[in-house]
Design a protein around this ligand. Sequence first.
Ligand code: SAH
Ligand code: ZN
Ligand code: ZN
Ligand code: ZN
Ligand code: ZN
Length: 458
Amino acid sequence: AACREGGGAMAAGSERPGPAALAMLGTALGAPSCPHGPALLFVKTSQGKEEGRRFYACSACRDRKDCNFFQWEDEKVSETRLAAREEYNRNHQPSFTHRQNVDRYKNFVLLPLAKRRFCQECQQLLLPAEWEEHSDHQFLCDITTAQLKSPSQLLYPLENKKTNAQYLFADRSCQFLLNLLINLGFRRVLSVGTPRLHEMIQSKASQEEDFSVRSLLLDIDFRYSQFYTEDEFCHYNMFNHHFFGGEAARETCRKFLYEENGERVIMVTDPPFGGLVEALASSFKKLMAMWRETEKEGHDNKEMPMFWIFPYFFESRILDFFPSFSMMDYQVDYDNHALYKHGKTGRRQSPVRIFTNLTPSMIVLPEEEGYRFCTVCQRYVSSGNQHCEICNSCTSKDGRRWKHCVLCKKCVKPSWFHCSNCNCCTLQKHSCEKADLGCFVCGKAGHKRSACPSLSHT
Ligand code: SAH
Ligand code: ZN
Ligand code: ZN
Ligand code: ZN
Ligand code: ZN
């Protein structure tokens, strides 16, 4: 649903800044809200400098088709428009509350199999009285208890590229994560945007007698409220730390983080990769603070243990915000992502890794998948990751064997070569930065070596 409200504000004539170079300035007190909670403050930048007026935009949706909330920071908003906006926000909340969905579920499981329907168009469990309304929709019937325990299989993964692409863990990776955190001694998992991990924990807890791990899912995908109680799921926006369920939901989270009977908590998160790292980091710090505040003395200077699952090329961004984190070599695989799948042959390597504030040597990676322990680095590394004697570390980031460049004084990707023009290692096919010096091949200005006309003849 797109907000039509706000359009009037644009009549002034100024263009909305394009998405190119935007800096997120943060969550401001008194920020206006869209249906996704408080908006974030942005500014357009050019060469690292702020340029133009600051503005508020939706925290969760990068695509304006999903939410086109927009307001200049210094804009005066009339009472009438504020009231209209509030009403708009109210109207754009899900049609059932979480409470209602929990009650509906209770009624649903009492139905005989033949009466258990799931509307695929509305992504909703149907009670018999509602069949009529959905008569021309596609639906699944005979929904089993097993299906109700695996909502991530029943619901279709949201596919919006920019906003909310859901990439579900392959079973192998999900099982690995769960075993890892159990072996590390954790008994509680705050699952932030990891519905499949949550689901695996919930379903084991209901089936295996001696399984004592618990999970609380925080996710913006409200469809999950149909399958979990208020103690198991909170409708949450991880870009602005907004609990849609208000103080009650926040309290649920706080209670969950309180470590009773020595049950240690870990947070596991797998945010959309298009997300703003600074917004995510700011929310995660708030969740960490919530954890810290549950204990009067206990964890003064400690950080809540965390697994942040994200592509390796965000390493430096994540370390900017969380210097205590390190990146593990484990490649996280997904079911519905063609690129990040663990193929049987000619495996395409997933770029997705685990970032954690736990001691790297404790993160044991599966030897049967080729990971080995490097005694110098004191961590598990992938099979292709060779220890470089000069760098004195296992330097590969992408799982391939990297090579050391003496000129750059560091290891680089195997496909790179040292360009004496750029004075650094880079792809063979690249445009030299110092293009104004002229073409590397013919010396003439106006083009780079890759486009040199004297080469195209040979
Ligand atoms: N690999 C995970 C799913 C990761 S996909 C698993 O298998 O469990 C990203 C998840 O983040 C999705 O569940 C999506 O609904 C959720 N998400 C996307 N935007 C969000 C936001 N703004 N706040 C909270 N959760 C969000
Ligand atoms: Zn919004
Ligand atoms: Zn090493
Ligand atoms: Zn090296
Ligand atoms: Zn080099």
